[in-house]
Structures are given as structure tokens and as C-alpha cells.
Design a binder for this molecule. Structure first.
Ligand SMILES: CC(C)(COP(=O)(O)OP(=O)(O)OC[C@H]1O[C@@H](n2cnc3c(N)ncnc32)[C@H](O)[C@@H]1OP(=O)(O)O)[C@@H](O)C(=O)NCCC(=O)NCCS
Length: 169
């Protein structure tokens, strides 16, 4: 039976499940510029506590234990005169990978950012070797505006580019 996935605003009580999704991605160091040895407290501040951030979770509702399978956050990409452009980050944990949850979170973040009044969305640092993410963002309407050469030190590929991706809302 396929899971029923609910996307909703995160609550403080979701943190252990959110961290379960984030930790392997942050430790792997292949997709984000967070320090690979980031502490759980610093990750919590970065994910739940960033100024102006809204956080969503994807939760499996097929059983009584509502497992967090993935999370996304969006926030102003810049303060003040740049605050009408949203930035967003996404992580789906291994238990939820490849089941359409990244796409659901992407669609939910686009809709929520639009209804919050953002005019557009910009990703500042999509690792060019992260083909699954690049393909997903393109399919959700994002274009690659530029690629900053050798801006990311990948643990196995060495220095690779970071895409700046953008779409209007
Ligand atoms: C990128 C990420 C959020 C995608 O989440 P996901 O739930 O696995 O993605 P989905 O299941 O929605 O699939 C997205 C697309 O990737 C494809 N895909 C799924 N598994 C794949 C795999 N193992 N290899 C290549 N492509 C795959 C799917 O076919 C899907 O495309 P489609 O909808 O056209 O069929 C997730 O892989 C992740 O958290 N990665 C680590 C952190 C990260 O990279 N975040 C984004 C930084 S920009």
C-alpha cells in the first residue's frame, strides 16, 4: 500500500524527525554547505530558527506513528528591499527517498511562498552534481541563471559548480 503523505507546517515537536532527515544529508556533505560536523543544536537553529523562515514537514499518515519523511524551509533570500524573493531548502530522509516527496514539498513551498506574497524564488547554491535535485527543480519551473565555478568542495568529485536557480511565482 502506498503511503498517504501530508505536508504541513512544522511544530517544535517535529524536530527529532526533522533531524533524522537532515543529519545524513549534512554529514554526507554532497548537497549543502553546512559544516559536515554541525551540531544538532546549530542545525536546529539554522533550520527552525532562521529569521523569517517557515518550515514544512512531509509526514506519513498511514499508521499511528506519524513519521517525518522530509522537510523544507523557505525564507526571504535577502532582508529589506530583497525580501520579496524567497529562498528555500529541502531534504528528504532515506526512508522517504524516491517516493515523490521532494516533488510534493517543492509544490507545497511554491504555493505557500506565493500565498505569503513572495514574487519569485531563488536557490543560491544547487550543487551541479546533484542531478536529481537539478532535474526536479527544472521540472518545477526553475531555470539555471548561472553556475558559480568551483564554488563547492564535494567530498568525492572535488571542486564543482554551484547553480543559481530562479523562477517567478
Ligand atoms: C533532492 C531531494 C529533495 C529529492 O527528494 P525525493 O523525495 O527523493 O524526490 P522525488 O521522489 O520527488 O523525485 C524527484 C525526481 O527525482 C527522480 N529520482 C528519484 N529517485 C532517483 C534516483 N535514485 N536517482 C535519480 N533520480 C531519482 C524521480 O524520478 C523524480 O523525477 P520525476 O518526478 O520526474 O519522476 C532528495 O533527494 C534529497 O533530500 N537530497 C539530499 C538533499 C538535497 O539534495 N536537497 C536539495 C538541495 S538543492
Amino acid at each position: 500500500m502506498r503511503d498517504v503523505i501530508e505536508i504541513r507546517q512544522a511544530a517544535d515537536a517535529d524536530w527529532p524527525g526533522i533531524w533524522q532527515s537532515l543529519e545524513p544529508a549534512f554529514r554526507a556533505g554532497e548537497t549543502y554547505t553546512y559544516p559536515r560536523d554541525i551540531t544538532e543544536d546549530d542545525a536546529r537553529r539554522a533550520w527552525l530558527g532562521a529569521a523569517g523562515a517557515r518550515v514544512l514537514v512531509a509526514v506519513s499518515t498511514t499508521d499511528d506513528v506519524r513519521t517525518v519523511l522530509g522537510t523544507a524551509k523557505y525564507l526571504p533570500n535577502h532582508p529589506g528591499a530583497g525580501a520579496h524573493v524567497a529562498n528555500a531548502s529541502f531534504v528528504v530522509g532515506s526512508a522517504g527517498a524516491g517516493r515523490g516527496i521532494g516533488r510534493l514539498l517543492g509544490e507545497a513551498v511554491l504555493a505557500a511562498a506565493r500565498s505569503d506574497g513572495y514574487r519569485s524564488m531563488q536557490f543560491n547554491a544547487v550543487v551541479e552534481t546533484n542531478e536529481r535535485a537539478v532535474r526536479l527543480w527544472r521540472s518545477l519551473g526553475f531555470d539555471i541563471l548561472a553556475t558559480v565555478p568551483e564554488a563547492f568542495e564535494h567530498p568525492t568529485h572535488g571542486l564543482v559548480g554551484l547553480h543559481v536557480m530562479f523562477r517567478r511565482l
